[in-house]
Design a protein around this ligand. Structure first.
Ligand SMILES: *Cc1c(COP(=O)(O)O)cnc(C)c1O
Length: 221
């Protein structure tokens, strides 16, 4: 099957309000161009340097929307801010405030999602639900961040019912936050190649798909 055919198959499974984001980490620019030809406009990257190189090579494709989904380090926050339209991986108050300060200095209003760990997972970054609720008043003060919703990555090895329950908890947390603050919680960035259909059932508005579009990666990242 060609990449375009795989994309067609996936698109048939997702409702029109769900945004399909192609996770292109470790994917060549030629393959990204092929995805672009097949209609993809949302690309996500998890490593800043790799992304900047590709953005330079793809700079003629001016309608690409770039999403940052990797670990957001303080010393790279400025470059991420300047080179991505969306940041899905704002993972604690400190980095949110840093990003807000940089955004204010550069008169930028980035669209961001807050990354939550709905289940404890030592291998992932993100707010716990309780910590996030505690930090809401300060997040409300981050006026340069257009906080749009939540992002989550589930731990590996969950059963299907656990996956569904965790995605629904993320959705419920977003609704709760919306009722407790002035934050917009319209986006739920959840669902990857292995679980995107369950995520959509639970209310995902953005799904981040890598392997199912581009094939297996050689390294994890
Ligand atoms: C790699 C990655 C994805 C895509 O995972 P696949 O299993 O290849 O679909 C989605 N989200 C994040 C944050 C990732 O790092």
């Amino acid at each position: 099957m060609t990449l375009a055919q795989r994309l067609d198959q996936i698109r048939q499974q997702i409702p029109p309000h769900v945004r399909l984001i192609a996770v292109s980490k470790q994917v060549s620019v030629d393959t990204m161009k092929e995805a672009y030809e097949a209609g993809v406009r949302d690309f996500a990257e998890s490593r800043l340097q790799e992304a900047l190189t590709k953005q330079e090579q793809l700079k003629d494709l001016t309608d690409i929307c770039w999403h940052f989904i990797g670990h957001l380090q303080s010393n790279k926050a400025k470059k991420v801010l300047k080179n991505f339209h969306w940041i899905h991986s704002v993972h604690n108050l400190k980095i949110a405030q840093r990003l807000n300060q940089l955004a204010a200095e550069h008169s930028l209003y980035p669209q961001v999602c807050l990354q939550v760990k709905i289940l404890p997972d030592p291998n992932k970054y993100g707010w716990s639900a309780s910590q996030l609720l505690e930090d809401l008043p300060e997040l409300d003060q981050c006026k340069n961040l257009k906080i749009q919703g939540l992002m989550t990555i589930l731990p590996l090895g969950l059963s299907k019912p656990q996956v569904v329950a965790s995605f629904k908890q993320t959705r419920d947390l977003a609704a709760h936050i919306q009722s407790q603050s002035n934050l917009m919680m319209e986006q739920l960035s959840m669902g990857m190649s292995g679980d995107y259909l369950l995520a959509i059932q639970a209310g995902a508005t953005m799904i981040r798909l890598g392997r199912i579009i581009f094939g297996e990666r050689s390294l994890t990242g």
